[in-house]
Design a protein around this ligand. Structure first.
Ligand code: NAD
Length: 478
C-alpha cells in the first residue's frame, strides 16, 4: 500500500517537497498556517519563484494527488509520514534559531495524530532539537498510537529545488529506533535509492549536524575567496584568475569560489549564526569561532560595494544609481538577507535615488524595503544612472554588453558585484569599471572629499563585539 504523506510548512522547502512526493506517486497533503498560501497552492498557484515547480504543482493538484489544508486534524488522520518543513529563522536580535514554529508544528501533530505514524524533520535545526522534539511528541500524544521521529535534513538549492528533491546527491537520515523509521524512509526514497543515491543512516545528532556543517563549509569557502579579494584589490591582482588556478586542484575545487558581494538567503547566514549560538550553549565557543570571521568577511563585501559606489560616483546624496538584482541568488525570488537588497537599501539610506530591477524578486524586495524605486526592466533601472551596480548574477545581466546601456546611463560607471562581466570589454567601451577583487577604482574617479558614509541599516542587530553587521537578517520572518 502506498504511503500517505503530509508536509507541514509549505514554503520553499515544503511546497517543493510536497509536489515532488506527489510526482513520486504518493498521496500528499500540504499543511500550512498561512491560509492565503494554502488557498494559492490549492488553486495550483505557486506563491514564489522556482523553476519547474509550477508545472509539477499544477499537474498533481489537478490529478487530486496533492492537496493543501490548514487543518492539523486532517493531517493527523491522513498521514503515515509527516515531514516537517517549517521555518527556523534567526531569533530577533540574537544569533540562535527560533524554534517556535518547529515546536508548534510537532506539538500540533502529536495532538492530532490518530494512527501510527512517523514524523520526519527536514527543517534545519540546532543539534539536540530532534531528541527534545521526540520528548515533546510523547508529552503531547493524545491518542493510543505509535509516533516515531526521525531527522532527514534537506539540501535543496533554490533555483534547482525540483531536481535536488527528485534526484538528491545524497540522503541523510537520523533515527533512534530499531530500524522502523529507516525502513519507512527507504520506501519514501525508493526511486532515488534505485539510482544509487548515497544513503547515510545515522543518529539524530549527526543528521542534524550534517546540514549545518555543509552550510558552514560553503559559507567558509565563499568568505575564503572574498578575503583574498580584499588582498587582490589592494595589490592589483585578479581574484578570478586566482580562483581558477587554485580550483584546478581537485582537493580545493572551483565551485563556491566566485568572489563577489557574498552569500545571503534564508539559510547560510542564519545557519552559521545558529551554529555559533548552539556550540556556545555547549561550552564550545572556540570550535566555531572562525564562523564569526566568515560572517564578518561577508558583511565587509557589502560595505565595500557601498564604499566603491561613493568612490566612483562621489557623495551619494542625489546620485542616481541603477541596481541590477535584489534576489540573494539568480533563479530565485528570495530576498531574505540578500546582499543585493542590503546594498541597495544602504545606498538609498545614504541619499541616493535608487532604481532597482530584478527579474523575479522585486515584489518580495518591496515588501521588505518599500522605499526603493522598483522598475520593470533593466533598461529602466539604467536610465539616467550615474552608476550601475550588478548585484545578482541573473542570466539577463550576465549577457549584458556595454552597448545595451551606453545610450541610457548618465555616466558610464559600472560596479560588477558578482564578477560576471568582462571588465576589459566595458573599459574599452569607455566605462569606468570596478569588479570586486579584480579592478581597483579607475583613475579619475577617486573619492571626492565626502567622508565615508556610515551606511545606516535596515533592521539593526545588537552587535556582538567584532560581530557581523548584517542587519537585514535579524528577526526577519523565514
Ligand atoms: P519558508 O519561510 O519559505 O516556509 C516556512 C513555512 O512554514 C511558511 O509557509 C510558514 O507559513 C509555515 N509555518 C510556520 N509555522 C507553521 C506551523 N506551525 N504549521 C504549519 N506551517 C507553518 O521557509 P523555507 O525556506 O521553506 O525553510 C524551511 C526550513 O527548511 C528552514 O529550516 C530552512 O533552514 C530549511 N531549508 C531551506 C532551504 C531553502 O532553500 N529554502 C534548503 C534547505 C533547508
Amino acid at each position: 500500500m502506498t504511503l500517505a504523506i503530509t508536509v507541514i510548512g509549505t514554503g520553499y522547502l515544503g511546497a517543493t517537497h510536497a509536489a515532488c512526493m506527489a510526482e513520486l506517486g504518493f498521496e500528499v497533503l500540504g499543511v500550512d498556517v498561512d491560509p492565503a498560501k494554502v488557498d494559492a497552492l490549492s488553486r495550483g498557484e505557486l506563491p514564489f519563484h522556482e523553476p519547474g515547480l509550477p508545472e509539477l504543482l499544477r499537474r498533481h493538484v489537478d490529478s487530486g494527488r496533492l492537496r493543501f489544508t490548514t487543518s492539523y486534524a486532517e493531517a493527523g488522520a491522513f498521514g503515515d509520514v509527516h515531514f516537517i518543513g517549517v521555518g527556523t529563522p534567526q531569533r530577533p536580535g540574537q544569533y540562535g534559531a527560533d524554534l517556535t514554529y518547529v515546536d508548534a508544528a510537532v506539538t500540533a501533530l502529536a495532538e492530532n495524530i490518530t494512527r501510527d505514524a512517523l514524523i520526519v524533520g527536514k527543517s534545519t535545526v540546532p543539534v539536540g532539537t530532534a531528541r527534545r522534539l521526540a520528548g515533546l511528541v510523547q508529552e503531547h500524544r493524545a491518542h493510543d498510537v505509535e509516533i516515531g521521529l526521525a531527522w532527514n535534513p534537506e539540501f535543496l538549492r533554490e533555483g534547482f529545488a525540483v531536481k535536488d528533491t527528485l534526484a538528491p546527491d545524497r540522503l541523510v537520515i537520523g533515527t533512534d529506533d530499531d530500524g522502523r523509521a529507516e525502513a519507512v524512509l527507504r520506501r519514501v526514497y525508493a526511486a532515488a535509492l534505485e539510482t544509487g543515491t548515497p544513503f547515510i543512516s545515522t543518529d539524530l545528532e549527526t543528521a542534524e549536524l550534517v546540514k549545518v556543517a555543509a552550510n558552514a563549509f560553503l559559507a567558509t569557502k565563499i568568505s575564503f575567496i572574498n578575503a583574498f579579494s580584499e588582498v587582490t584589490e589592494a595589490v592589483g591582482g585578479d581574484i578570478r584568475t586566482l580562483a581558477d588556478a587554485i580550483g584546478h586542484d581537485a582537493r580545493i575545487g572551483r565551485r563556491f569560489l566566485n568572489a563577489g558581494v557574498g552569500f545571503g538567503g534564508g539559510c547560510l547566514p542564519k545557519d552559521i549564526r545558529a551554529l555559533q549560538a548552539r556550540v556556545s550553549e555547549l561550552g564550545l565557543d572556540r570550535s566555531m569561532r572562525f564562523l564569526g570571521e566568515v560572517d564578518e568577511i561577508n558583511a565587509r563585501r557589502r560595505d565595500r560595494v557601498v564604499h566603491l559606489a561613493e568612490q566612483m560616483a562621489g557623495p551619494l546624496a542625489g546620485r542616481t544609481i541603477g541596481i541590477l538584482g535584489t534576489a540573494f541568488k539568480p533563479d530565485s525570488d528570495d530576498v531574505r538577507d540578500s546582499p543585493a537588497l542590503d546594498v541597495a537599501a544602504r545606498l538609498f539610506n545614504a541619499g541616493a535615488d535608487v532604481n532597482v530591477y530584478d527579474p523575479q524578486a522585486n515584489a518580495n524586495a518591496a515588501k521588505r524595503f518599500p522605499r526603493l524605486n522598483y522598475v520593470d526592466s533593466l533598461t529602466q533601472a539604467a536610465t539616467g544612472a550615474d552608476l550601475v551596480i550588478l548585484l545578482t548574477e541573473w542570466a539577463e545581466f550576465k549577457a549584458l554588453a556595454p552597448a545595451d546601456l551606453a545610450g541610457l546611463v548618465a555616466h558610464r560607471r559600472l560596479i560588477d558585484g558578482r564578477n560576471v562581466l568582462d571588465p576589459a570589454t566595458w573599459e574599452a567601451a569607455g566605462w569606468d569599471v570596478a569588479a570586486l577583487g579584480r579592478r581597483a577604482v579607475p583613475d579619475g574617479s577617486a573619492p571626492e572629499t565626502a567622508p565615508r558614509t556610515a551606511a545606516p541599516s535596515l533592521e539593526p542587530l545588537p552587535h556582538r563585539p567584532g560581530g557581523p553587521r548584517d542587519l537585514m537578517a535579524a528577526g526577519t520572518a523565514h
